[in-house]
Ligand binder design. Sequence first.
Ligand code: SF4
Length: 351
Amino acid sequence: MYESATRHDWRLEEIEALLALPFNDLLFRAQQVHRQHFDANAVQVSTLLSIKTGACPEDCKYCPQSGHYATGLGKEKLLEIDRVVAQAEAAREAGASRFCMGAAWRSPRERDLPVVLEMVRRVKALGLETCMTLGMLAPAQADQLAEAGLDYYNHNLDTSPEYYGEIITTRTYADRLETLDNVRQAGMKVCSGGILGLGEAPRDRAALLQQLARLDPHPESVPINQLVKVPGTPLEEAEELDPIDFVRAIAVARILMPRSHVRLSAGREQMSESTQALAFLAGANSIFYGDKLLTTANPQAQRDQELFAKLGIDLERREVTGDDDVALRTLAAAGPNTASAQALYYDASLA
Ligand code: SF4
């Protein structure tokens, strides 16, 4: 039995060696780690709402929301608080336990922050866990969000420090790490991961995973995205990512960060059912669901339910009790095809 240890000092060579293991050995090891810390047949689902879409001043080469590229995406204003709350309420009524809100900003402006803080307070008051992704945060902004009741903050490292400059030039890796540190110092939980298929070398994947594992404590959520090649972005012609390499990265993320939720995020629509099944076998245990993941298409809820039913996967739910460590795995006791399980599939992108 391979015993998992929570470490923050993984060397690059060790991670590369894991990525290069025979596939079956790697998945077996990841499964052993996974089963030490999680129900191997449970997957957590989160709902995501874009509260401000498009015209972002950053130049992330993969992103259709960047104002630097002509992707045909309209510029939208910050959603009104009441509209966000109404959607959160509908999500809660449908059974969602966490509500994630994303804005395409470099960082929140001072005049926007009070609005965002009010969104957090009101969504939190519904009894939902709250998560936001708003770009870079200064320490005082992180403190204000935490005081308003924000549970999670998403800020991805995207790729390795070495490859980062090929993908984004408007901010640095150090900026990214600084925001993550500010989030932690403010007492919030961290959601941070990366994107594969950006044209990075295998060593960059190892280095990204090393950076994530270096965070102490590890991020509670680790989204591993596959590039969605959006026409108009500089990466629209990027080389196709080998699904086996994607699954390897999931398995290594599971081994390196044994207690984190490893999330299949953007790119799931392009994945076959077999690849997703392998990713769950490799230790992925979280997904975003609904029709949209910010602005890229996401598999329809119905397809997710059918796949979960085929695989015997149940839904992991977290009960907000005031004690965030109390995980409630009701797992739709009657299985994912029941009405109660279907109620969990709420599309927060719809008005
Ligand atoms: S990934 Fe985020 S920061 Fe980068 S361009 Fe898109 S919305 Fe802006």
